[in-house]
Ligand binder design. Structure first.
Ligand code: ACM
Length: 401
């Protein structure tokens, strides 16, 4: 006891504080690169230390399915494994991409998921699973081709980008999705469930006789409306199971389902349309809150692109201009996204996340809309004490005056 150094005496006081927004989130993509259980817990610790309260867990995508589903074991037996991964940046891969020759795999058992969700709950963090659909489903279709639109053989993808694979919007597929929801609802007590909905290419739907016939039967003219139909069917499954649907802003195209919550990522427009339509929205624009983007113009490790330095994150205002007071009340909050195409390790996840997450934390907590970045940086230098204590691999150059 005599050697305890970091002990401070502070006078007794009562602190009254509450956050401006109820949704203060961080997303982690574990499909592109699998992240071990211990790190997922540590990431939750870092979220909790920033008094954020939502962990959006991107569990499935073209490059890997990462959650055990007991009724459909091939999702992980086949879908959680890729033979190798693209080397370098997809932008420069051209027609002759190079691969690393290293198999990549991993998934979370349902016991591990329960353990992580409990860990998060003890830290007041709500875990929201994302099962991306109807696009970003190559890993699913590699495991269960019968739910894909095309009859061509599909492998778990080893290259980044937007792929052609898309689920077939038939009753068998919705039954499959319902089975997954039934398992997931036992694992995730959250009232929210994210269904993706982003970047679904409709070419396979356009080219499929079966789908065109289905559209005619349903009296649906546009493929975008078929995606709305798809999301509507899934929303019904979710609401029957007590869950609220969140989707990326593409779910607006072709008609927005009245109960859906829109996660606005292609700028703020999706959030604005949703709030004006009476829907709730979460702001996660790639202009300010994509933490897989570059943090400086030079000297940074490879990233997907973009430019989201700390001051830009700190300057973000989650309620878009032009909303009236009722519409503004539908903005639930904001979220930072960490996609991991170019982030292979937990250390790099931390490097990309912090201190941008620290800036976002203040954005979603503080009522102050005029923010002084240099003043924030001074306080950030004190916060460093806590980051160092937890050995967070934050971006050190952001903390030098
Ligand atoms: C996304 O970045 N595709 C949501």
């Amino acid at each position: 006891q005599t050697k305890s150094l970091n002990v401070y005496n502070i006078p007794p006081m009562i602190i009254e504080d509450f956050p401006r927004f109820k949704y203060r989130g961080m997303m982690l993509d574990v499909s592109r690169h699998f992240m071990p259980v211990d790190f997922v817990k540590r990431y939750i610790d870092i979220i909790a230390m920033h008094k954020m309260n939502k962990f959006h867990w991107h569990l499935t995508d073209d490059q890997g399915w990462r959650i055990e589903i007991k009724k459909y074991p091939k999702l992980t037996e086949i879908g959680s494994k890729r033979t190798e991964t693209l080397k370098g940046h997809a932008r420069f891969a051209g027609s002759n991409p190079k691969f690393d020759g290293i198999p990549h795999e991993g998934f979370y058992t349902q016991d591990e998921i329960k353990d992580i969700v409990k860990y998060a709950d003890e830290r007041f963090v709500d875990v929201i699973p994302e099962i991306d659909m109807p696009g970003h489903t190559s890993a699913l279709i590699a495991a269960y081709p019968e739910f894909g639109t095309s009859t061509e053989k599909v492998d778990v993808k080893k290259i980044w980008g937007v792929h052609e694979e898309i689920l077939k919007p038939t009753d068998d597929t919705f039954k499959f999705i319902e089975d997954i929801v039934l398992e997931l609802k036992e694992l995730f007590p959250s009232s929210y469930f994210h269904v993706g909905g982003d970047e679904a290419k409709k070419t396979q739907w356009e080219n499929s006789e079966e789908i065109q016939k289905l559209m005619a039967d349903l009296e649906i003219e546009e493929e975008d409306s078929l995606q709305s139909y798809f999301i509507g069917r899934v929303e019904k499954i979710l609401s029957e199971n007590g869950k609220k649907l969140i989707g990326w802003d593409e779910i607006i195209e072709g008609g927005l389902n009245e109960n859906a919550i829109v996660m606005s990522w292609r700028g703020e427009e999706g959030g604005i349309i949703a709030a004006k339509a009476g829907n709730q929205a979460i702001m996660s624009p790639n202009s300010h809150l994509y933490f897989d983007y570059y943090q400086a113009k030079t000297g940074e490790p490879i990233a997907i692109g973009g430019f989201t330095p700390l001051d830009k994150v700190y300057s973000y205002e989650p309620v878009p201009k032009g909303l009236d007071i009722n519409e503004a009340s539908r903005i639930m909050g904001a979220q930072g996204n960490v996609w991991t195409e170019y982030i292979k390790t937990p250390e790099k996840v931390e490097y990309m996340s912090v201190p941008r997450m620290t800036a976002l934390s203040e954005v979603v907590w503080s009522k102050r809309k005029v923010r002084d970045f240099s003043e924030f940086k001074k306080r950030l230098n004190f916060y460093r004490f806590f980051l160092d204590k937890e050995k967070v691999n934050y971006r050190k150059t952001d903390l030098v005056k």
